[in-house]
Write a protein that binds this ligand. Sequence first.
Ligand SMILES: *Cc1c(COP(=O)(O)O)cnc(C)c1O
Length: 491
Amino acid sequence: MSEPSLDSAPGDLTPAEFSVAGHALIDWVARYLADVEQYPVLSRAAPGDVAAALPAAPPALGEPFAAVMADFERVIIPGVTHWNHPGFFAYFAISGSAPGILAELLTAALNVNGMLWRTSPAATELEQRTLDWLRQLLGLQPGWFGMITDTASISTMLALAAAREARPELAIRSRGLAGRPDLPVLRVYTSLESHSSVDRAAVTLGFGQDNVVHVPVDDEWRMRPDLLGELIVHDRARGYLPVAVVATVGTTGSGSIDPVPAIADVCERENVWLHVDGAYGGTAAVVPELRSVLAGVDRADSFVVNPHKWLFTPIDCSALYTRRPDVLRRAFTLVPEYLVTNAPDEVVNYMDYGVQLGHRFRALKLWAVMRVFGALGLADRIRHHCALAHEFAGWVDADPEWHRVAPVHFSLVCFRSVARHANGDPQHEDAITAAILERVNAGGRVYLSHTKLGGRYTLRLAIGNLRTERRHVEEAWRLLREAAAAITDEA
Ligand SMILES: *Cc1c(COP(=O)(O)O)cnc(C)c1O
C-alpha cells in the first residue's frame, strides 16, 4: 500500500470508464426491453438459489463495472420475475417505460435531496408542477396540494395522520395516545374490500387494527354508504370518535369503485376526513370517457394515485394529494436548527409534510413520462388495456366452464373455473381454479395472480404493460383453457 496522497481523491470511475460502461448498460436495457419475452415471466429460482450464487463476503479489491454486469446477467436475472414482460398479468402490472428509465438515471446522476426548497429548488418546483399536470389529466378541480411519496401505503398513512391532526384539541401530536383516559377511541372506516395498507396505517398510527371498521359491500364489491352512516352513528353513541373514512376507486381484489359521492355526503354530515385510495384505478381518469370513475373525489380531503402502478413510471412514485396541506404540515413539521432557512414562507419544504426528511427527486421521471407520451398518448395506452380486458371478459362470459365474478371497470378481469366435473361443489371448483393457476404460471409464458372474493378462489388477469398485445391476452386464455382441460382429464 502506498502512502495516500491527499492531493487527489480516491475518486470514482473516470469519465471515459463511465462512458464505456454506460453505453454498454443502455444497450443492455434496450435489448432487454426488446427481448423480455424470451425469459420465463415468473422466476424459476428456488429459495436460496440467488443467495448461494453470491459470495458471502464483499470483494477486497475493486472490480470493473463489466464484472458486475456479467454477474447481473448470470446470477441476478435468473432470480428476476419480469414485471416488464408482456405476459405479466399478476397483481397490478408495474410497467416501466423508456422515458421513466432514462429519467431515473438522471435522478441518480444528480443525486439531489429535495428535503428543503433550497436544497434543490427544481426538485420541489418540478414536483409541484408535474402533480398539478397529473391533477389536470385526471380531471380534478384546482386547489389540491400534491406530494410524491414512495408508495400508496405511505401516502395513505400520511393522510390518516392528517385526519388525526384535523382534531388539534386532542393534542395527540404532543401527548400521544397511550395512558390517556381523556381520549375517546378513534375509529377509521373502510370497506371489506379495501387494501391492507389502511389497516397497516391504523396499526402504525396507534389507532389499533380493531378500530378499523370494515364496512360491508354490495354484490359488486362496493362499500355500502348506508351502512357506513349507520356504523358511524352507532359508534358515536358508544362514545367512539370517527376520524376518517377511506374509500377506494379500483379495489385491489376486484377493481370495484366505492360510491364516493354518497360516501362524501356521509363524511360531510359527520365531519369525518375522507381519503380516497385510487392507487390503481385513479389512473383510468386520464381517459376522458372514463373520467367519471373519480366522481366525488373533489369533495375528499385527500387522494392517492400511483403513477408507478398504471402510468408507466418505474417504481417508486405515488402521488398524494390533499386539499388541506396546512393540516398535513401541522401533523409533521418539526424543524431542527440545522434545517432552518430564511426562504420566503411561500416556498414548500417537502420535509414538512411527512415522516422522512430526505426527499427523492422522483418528479423527474413522472415529468419525462408525461412529456414523452403526452396526455393523448397516455390515454391511448390506458384505453388499449381496458379494451383488451373487455375482450378477455367476453371470452370468459361466452364459455360455460368459466364464471366472471366482478364487473370490468378498468383493465382487471376476475374469474374462476366452473368446470363441469366439479358438479357445482364450491370447494372442488376452488381447488380446480387454484390448480389451473399453478399450472399456467409454471409454464413461464404468462403470470396471473389470485384473490378471494366472497370467500371464493378467484383468478385475476390485470393488463397494464406497455408491450401487451392482443396475442398475449389470447395466449393467456388458451393456456388457461388448456390447463383446465388437462386437469379435467387427470380427474
Ligand atoms: C397496490 C395498491 C395499494 C398499495 O400500493 P403500494 O404503492 O404498493 O403501497 C393500495 N391501494 C390499492 C387500491 C392498491 O391497488
